[in-house]
Ligand binder design. Structure first.
Ligand code: 48H
Length: 259
C-alpha cells in the first residue's frame, strides 16, 4: 500500500473534530494535567463520566516530571501509597512512612490510567476565562490555543460546556483567580512558606467546591486557602485529586437525582 498524505491529514482532522464535538459538553472539565488533575480525571473517567482534561502545555504531567530539583524522583508518604498501588506505580520504601517513586513512571502511569478510563486530552488548550451566567454557577470554560496566547495574537476563543470544572492548575490557581477577579465570591489568599508536614496534612480540607460548579484541588487548593507549600512530596496531590473526584462525582449524582 502506498501512503497518501491527504488521507493522513483527513484521518487526523476528522477524528479530532469528532472528539471535539463530543466533548463540547462534558460532565467534568479538569483543568491542568499535573498529578492532582490526572488523578481526579482518571478516577472520574473510571466512574463513567465524560471527562476532558485541558492542559495548556504540550506535555501532560505538570510539575511532577521534574521530581525534586530535576532529580526525577518523588517522595510519597504512607497515607497515599495505596494510590501508587492503584495506578500501578512502583515504589520503594526509604524509611518508615516514606516511599520513593520515579517521576517519569508516575506521570506515565497516571496518564495511561486516565487514557484507559476514557479521559479525552486537550493539550495546548489554555483556559483564559470561564462562563458564569446569572444563576451564578460555573457552566463552561473559555479556551484558546496556547500558541495564540504565546504569540499575543488577537484571536477570539471558543467555549466548551461542563457541569463541573476542577481547577488543578497548580500554584497559579488560574480558575479561582479568574472567578475572584471577575467578582465571584472567591478569595485567593496565596500560598505560604515551605512547611511540608502542615501543607500535606491540610490539603484535603482545602480540596472543596469553592464556587458552584468549581472544585479546587492540588497545589491550587493550598494557594486559595493561604496554606503552606510542601516541596517534592506528592502524596497530598494524589489524595487531593482523589477527593476532588469524589466531590465532583457526588455533585453530579445529586444533580441527576435531587433529594
Ligand atoms: C490549562 C493550565 C492553565 C490554563 C496552568 O503544577 P501542577 O503539577 O499541579 P498539581 O497541583 O497537580 O501539582 C503540584 C505539584 O506539581 C507541585 O508543583 C508541588 C507539589 N509543589 C510543591 C512546592 O512546594 O512547590 O500542574 C498544573 C498544570 C500544569 O501542567 C499547567 O501547564 C496547567 O496546569 N495549567 N492548563 N489552562 N490556564 N494554567
Amino acid at each position: 500500500m502506498e501512503l497518501d498524505e491527504i488521507t493522513i491529514s483527513r484521518a487526523i482532522l476528522s477524528t479530532q473534530m469528532e472528539r471535539l464535538m463530543e466533548f463540547l459538553e462534558m460532565d467534568v472539565a479538569v483543568v491542568g494535567g499535573g498529578p492532582s488533575g490526572l488523578t481526579a480525571a482518571a478516577l472520574l473517567g473510571e466512574e463513567g463520566f465524560r471527562v476532558g482534561l485541558v492542559e495548556k502545555k504540550l506535555s501532560i504531567g505538570g510539575g511532577m516530571w521534574g521530581g525534586g530539583m530535576m532529580f526525577p524522583r518523588i517522595v510519597v508518604q504512607e497515607q497515599a501509597s495505596r494510590l501508587l498501588d492503584r495506578f500501578g506505580i512502583k515504589y520503594s520504601p526509604y524509611s518508615e512512612g516514606y516511599y520513593v517513586a520515579g517521576s517519569v513512571e508516575a506521570v506515565s502511569k497516571l496518564t495511561a490510567s486516565a487514557c484507559d478510563a476514557g479521559v479525552e486530552f486537550f493539550n495546548l488548550f489554555s483556559v483564559e476565562d470561564v462562563m458564569i451566567r446569572g444563576d451564578r454557577r460555573l457552566s463552561g470554560l473559555v479556551v484558546n490555543w496556547t500558541p495564540v496566547e504565546m504569540a499575543g495574537l488577537h484571536v477570539d476563543p471558543l467555549t466548551v460546556g461542563c457541569r463541573i470544572a476542577v481547577d488543578a492548575t497548580g500554584h497559579d490557581a488560574v480558575l479561582a483567580r479568574l472567578v475572584e477577579r471577575k467578582g465571584g465570591d472567591v478569595k485567593v489568599r496565596g500560598e505560604g512558606f515551605m512547611w511540608a508536614d502542615r501543607a500535606e496534612s491540610e490539603i484535603l480540607s482545602h480540596t472543596r467546591e469553592i464556587f458552584p460548579g468549581l472544585v479546587i484541588c492540588g497545589m491550587a487548593a493550598n494557594a486559595v486557602a493561604g496554606e503552606h507549600r510542601m516541596g517534592p512530596v506528592f502524596g497530598g496531590m494524589l489524595l487531593s485529586g482523589e477527593r476532588a473526584a469524589a466531590i465532583a462525582a457526588s455533585a453530579l449524582r445529586q444533580e441527576k437525582n435531587p433529594a
